[in-house]
Design a protein around this ligand. Structure first.
Ligand code: ZN
Ligand code: ZN
Length: 86
């Protein structure tokens, strides 16, 4: 069974004493917090609030692109709806 605690950035194991952060995006990867430049304050904020999520860069890029597609789709639907209701 695979139980990987390998940092996706540096590809080294994350030991228990090291601060880590889990991507809440599609990859769900684990990272050393120092590898992704997160300060302790930010880590605390992520741990303390369910509203604060962290995503790695590829996932953020993907999420942004996805969001734009959805927004465009919604706009198309809205304008179609307006045209039909006339
Ligand atoms: Zn690392
Ligand atoms: Zn990710």
């Amino acid at each position: 069974m695979e139980n990987k605690t390998e940092c996706r950035k540096c590809h080294r194991d994350i030991s228990d004493c090291e601060a880590r952060v889990v991507c809440r995006g599609d990859c769900a990867g684990m990272f050393h917090s120092k590898c992704v430049g997160l300060e302790k304050e930010i880590l605390d904020a992520i741990a303390e609030s369910e509203n604060v999520v962290w995503m790695c860069e590829p996932c953020v890029d993907w999420f942004r692109a996805f969001r734009e597609v959805v927004i465009k789709m919604l706009h198309v639907q809205q304008s179609n709806g307006q045209a039909q209701s006339k």
